[in-house]
Design a protein around this ligand. Structure first.
Ligand SMILES: Cc1ncc(COP(=O)(O)O)c(C=O)c1O
Length: 373
């Protein structure tokens, strides 16, 4: 990115930042910098805000038409049919409905079921599985922080029932990508297992070799559900809109475990508007890419290693205990990610606006001077 473009973007994001960090002020207890939940710090798009305010006059009606519209937009974008799309109140709800539906499927077939997930990863599938007594097998990451796919396969191989793999790609908390060639081949080869592929951050991937697992759904692969969200690139975390893509039969099965009229009017119209807003999408992506560049340059200077980030967060070494480090950052008004066992010398840092990341970097360099990192 050109320097002039970078400067322009920084001043634009400073003006637009949907944050409680007052412009030009240092982070503080009163105005903390929230770099802990992988949200999008640039704030909602103008198109989403406009759509929400225009929908206020019909807020007393059920939003069937709006849900239908969003469903059709998503189906068209991915060259699928509306029957292949299930809207969730956040993709968290899609994950929940898939786990519950598969548990019910196994039960009705008289089969045991297990969930196999890497560790650490986004743990909602694990939590929903445990809530209905589905056993969970957690498989530790390899030394390079990639998934131990051979060990995951081994966990499924000896099991006489339905094995469900949860694959978060890019993974949270590492932000690393599992190569598409490996994942997509694995899904095709193990057609008797079910794959829940979580692509919450797929829109942020820069690696040109990435091919979404959605391409397999276009080829009519059945043992797969892909979930995506409007909470990240689209900056709508508070509006709670996500979706699942799968075969029509699977979607029908999963939807039985979604509450009726689950998505609200404001979220649906905001999502519809921003999904079509090419300008916002490119601005959002540029902002995240620039923020990542600011942080990785600082980490390089400090000799703190980090995983290859293909998302809006970075998993980086802190050269100290993560819990101590997070406490020290909090004292400076900066909230960073929680610890992810067993990586107690790594921190998951969410990317705020470029301006915010400059504030963060300033503090990180001060920490180095104080011997804290
Ligand atoms: C990997 C992953 N999947 C799903 C979600 C949930 O997103 P949503 O806001 O759509 O429920 C998150 C949220 O951080 C996430 O990191």
């Amino acid at each position: 990115m050109q320097r002039r473009e970078i400067l322009k973007l920084i001043s634009a994001t400073t003006l637009l930042a949907g944050t409680n960090l007052a412009a030009k002020s240092e982070p503080s207890a009163q105005y903390p910098l929230l770099l802990n939940y992988n949200e999008n710090a640039i704030g909602m798009s103008e198109s989403s805000k406009r759509a929400i305010s225009q929908s206020l006059s019909i807020g007393s009606r059920y939003p069937d038409a709006q849900q239908e519209k969003l469903t059709e937009q998503i189906a068209t974008a991915f060259k699928l049919a509306p029957e292949n799309v299930g809207i969730g109140s956040g993709s968290s709800q899609n994950i929940q409905s898939i786990i519950l539906a598969l548990a019910q499927r196994a039960k009705s077939q008289g089969l045991p079921i297990q969930l196999i997930a890497p560790n650490p990863t986004f743990n909602y599938a694990e939590r929903y599985a445990k809530s209905v007594g589905v056993p969970v097998v957690l498989v530790g990451l390899k030394d390079d922080l990639s998934f131990d796919i051979e060990a995951m396969k081994k966990a499924a191989a000896g099991f006489n029932g339905l094995s469900v793999y949860y694959v978060c790609n890019p993974n949270n908390p590492t932000a690393m990508l599992t190569p598409s060639s490996v994942l997509n081949e694995w899904i095709k080869r193990e057609s008797d297992k079910f794959f829940l592929v979580d692509e919450a951050y797929a829109e942020l991937v820069n690696d040109p070799s990435f091919i979404s697992a959605i391409s397999l759904l276009q080829e009519k692969v059945k043992n797969l559900a892909v979930v995506r969200t409007f909470s990240k690139l689209y900056a709508l975390a508070g509006q709670r809109v996500g979706y699942c893509l799968s075969s029509a039969e699977n979607i029908e099965e999963f939807n039985k475990f979604l509450s009726f009229d689950n998505a609200n009017l404001a979220g649906l119209v905001a999502a519809s508007a921003v999904f079509a807003d090419e300008e916002f999408k490119s601005y959002s992506l540029k902002s995240i890419n620039l923020s990542r560049q600011i942080v990785t340059e600082a980490l390089d200077k400090l000799g703190l290693s980090y995983a290859d980030s293909q998302a809006n967060f970075i998993f980086h070494k802190v050269g100290a205990d993560t819990r101590e480090y997070a406490k020290n950052m909090k004292a400076r008004g900066i909230y960073v990610g929680r610890p992810f066992a067993p990586f107690f010398n790594y921190n998951r840092l969410s990317l705020g606006t470029p301006e915010q990341m400059k504030e963060f970097v300033k503090v990180l360099f001060e920490f180095r001077k104080q011997g804290l990192v």
